[in-house]
Design a protein around this ligand. Structure first.
Ligand SMILES: [Zn+2]
Length: 153
């Protein structure tokens, strides 16, 4: 009877230690992951404010978006033109596109742009630059030094 109790207690303690070890390991593993979750916490883009008038869609807070993306606005404009299959131009600090496009679709495209052209694939941070070399765009991370050829815009 007494022996049983001691045995139970001991095995319980061992179980607790194992749990702590496991949690420590999990913490370590999570810290090593360049996860998207982490990226989203540290890099938030304002949601697009748009107006649809007639056959035109205007992004009003374009300047804020560009500032946050820290990319040449011509690249972002061209990216959106190609993805939407339309023409666009910049007018008085706003981006205007021919056609009617839903806010959700535009936000999604900006999100995809960030993943491909802004966030580092290795460390998950946004401290990158786009450099054009021999007709290709290369994303270079100033935080960790990683680089990758990105999709043609
Ligand atoms: Zn990096």
């Amino acid at each position: 009877m007494l022996g049983d109790q001691i045995m139970t207690k001991t095995s319980k303690n061992t179980g607790l230690l194992n749990n702590l070890e496991y949690e420590k390991m999990l913490d370590r593993a999570l810290n090593m992951l360049p996860t998207e979750i982490k990226m989203e916490e540290s890099f938030e883009i304002p949601k697009l404010e748009i107006i649809i008038e007639g056959q035109r869609t205007t992004i009003i807070n374009w300047k804020d978006i560009i500032k946050k993306l820290d990319r040449d606005e011509k690249i972002v404009l061209r990216y959106l033109e190609h993805r939407l299959g339309t023409v666009g131009w910049i007018s008085a600090g706003r981006a205007v596109f021919q056609g009617r496009y839903k806010k959700a679709r535009l936000n999604k495209l900006i999100d995809l742009f960030i993943r491909e052209y802004v966030i580092c694939d290795v460390c998950g941070r946004p401290h990158t630059r786009l450099v054009k070399e021999k007709g290709r765009w290369i994303k270079i991370c100033d935080a960790c030094g990683a680089w990758r050829v990105v999709e043609k815009i």
